[in-house]
Write a protein that binds this ligand. Structure first.
Ligand code: AMO
Length: 425
């Protein structure tokens, strides 16, 4: 038998004025004045003020408490109510003090202190707010694609061949056989187009990138989608536009308090996101390179804002030689591809495009790159058995929340980052 909880959340207190209620949470802040003691209690909904007469219980901040008291209106209290005449029960006392003062409005500690202490430091409302926004974003990603007839899938994270390139894979021993941590669900999501037509996945991917930058992790969360029966990459871009708009709407709806706390300026997603061909981008930048450098991405984002009033920009038609072998070439200009990146506030957020879909095209593409067919046999079966023209994209979740919230380093939008130096906590 499940007993109905008698617990009232901090945010629900204004609806209970005059009643005796029970709240539970962490002691966020204790302030003893001459004749009264204020206890601020933090739960998943927010903060509640409790007023005890006299010295009140002398407990350290972060003690876990259950408190019974009377909900009393007080215009000076946060949300206009406070709990008076409290009885306080300790549910859990502390073995150690937190590494940062969680009650201060902002966390001034250096990034490594925050990351090392993640189980505690993330309790700070400003730090947990970032992750509430992430959760709302994933909710929006799912809801949008569910609405467009996509099926959610889960695919293996241990694989037998590299998906994106031979470099940057973590090798491991799988019962005596070589195996790798998956760099992306690319092959599986394509194969599942052959089953479901439209699929998506949210999950971890692994890149053995030795870069020590503010935008690279060795494990990140990839929001992937793939759809069949497209004409070309432009249909994929149209779906992506809907997905991004759905994510922004979900963030506003499901994590409004976090958005307000962090004073996040949510972007407008234009009905049609402006786009620029890679060749044109090179001309504007006055360079001739096979790929965009981070400084180029920043410049192009500023250009899109200036010229089109958009914080998003599609760069399409990247050179084939910089894209993976499954990429579909641009008809009539085979040195370019039917691929795109979506830039958001100065950073590459999404990569996607149209894929090859004919078996013989895959065999030719692998041969042209001097790659053996054998490691890709499982993948190539989909194409041997008939696949529609298809394409898809992958959005880096930690980058998304970082750009959305103006956060300087994607380690701050990752609960437990894994990078060149970091394997704990
Ligand atoms: P790509 O390798 O460009 O494409 O990755 C897609 C998106 O993932 C994010 N990203 C990263 N985020 C954090 N740390 C990293 N090391 C990192 N690397 C990439 C970026 C990037 O835009 N299979 C293709 C996608 C597709 O075509 O569907 C792929 O994985 O936001």
């Amino acid at each position: 038998m499940i007993h109905p909880t008698t617990r009232v959340l901090a945010a629900e207190l204004p609806g209970h004025v005059g009643e005796s209620v029970e709240i539970s949470g962490w002691l966020h802040r204790r302030r003893a004045l001459k004749s009264v003691t204020f206890l601020v209690i933090r739960d998943r909904s927010g903060l509640a003020q409790v007023v005890a007469t006299g010295a009140g219980p002398d407990l350290p901040e972060e003690t876990v408490l259950r408190i019974r008291g009377t909900v009393t209106a007080n215009p000076q209290a946060p949300a206009g109510v406070e709990l008076t005449s409290p009885t306080v029960e300790v549910l859990s006392s502390l073995a150690e003090a937190p590494p940062v003062s969680l009650f201060r409005p902002t966390v001034e500690a250096a990034l490594p202190v925050i990351l090392d202490g993640a189980p505690v430091t993330l309790r700070h409302p400003r730090l947990s707010a970032l992750h509430r926004i992430t959760a709302a974003s994933v909710g929006g990603f799912r809801a949008t694609l569910d609405g467009l007839g996509f099926t959610e899938i889960q695919t293996p994270k241990v694989v037998s061949s590299a998906t994106e390139s031979g470099a940057n894979v973590f090798a491991l021993d799988w019962f005596g056989r070589p195996a790798y941590l998956a760099q992306s669900p690319q092959f599986f999501k394509q194969a599942m187009v052959g089953v479901f037509e439209r699929v998506y996945e949210t999950g971890p991917v692994f890149r053995a990138e030795p870069h020590d930058t503010a935008r690279h992790l060795a494990q990140y969360t990839s929001l992937d989608a793939e759809l069949g029966f497209i004409t070309d990459h432009r249909e994929v871009m149209a779906v992506l536009r809907e997905v991004v708009a759905g994510m922004v709407a979900s963030v506003a709806e499901r994590s409004g308090a976090a958005v307000d706390l962090l004073e996040v300026k949510l972007p407008e997603v234009p009905a049609e996101i402006p786009q620029l061909h890679f060749a044109e981008a090179m001309r504007l930048l006055g360079v001739d390179e096979p790929d965009l450098a981070p400084a180029h991405e920043r410049w192009l984002s500023e250009w899109a804002l200036r010229e089109h009033g958009s914080e998003f920009l599609f760069v399409v038609g990247y050179p084939m030689r910089k894209r993976p072998f499954y990429t579909h070439p641009e008809p009539g200009r085979p040195e370019y591809s039917n691929s795109f990146d979506l830039l958001f506030r100065g950073l590459e957020l999404v990569t996607g495009g149209q894929r090859l879909h004919r078996h013989e095209d895959y065999l030719a593409a692998l041969a042209a790159r001097g790659e053996p067919v054998q490691p890709y046999e499982g993948y190539l079966r989909s194409f041997a058995h008939g696949m529609p023209p298809h394409g898809g994209f992958a959005l880096g979740l930690e980058r998304w929340t970082a750009r959305l919230t103006g956060t300087d380093n994607i380690r701050r939008t990752t609960l437990f980052p894994r990078d060149l130096h970091r394997l704990t906590p």
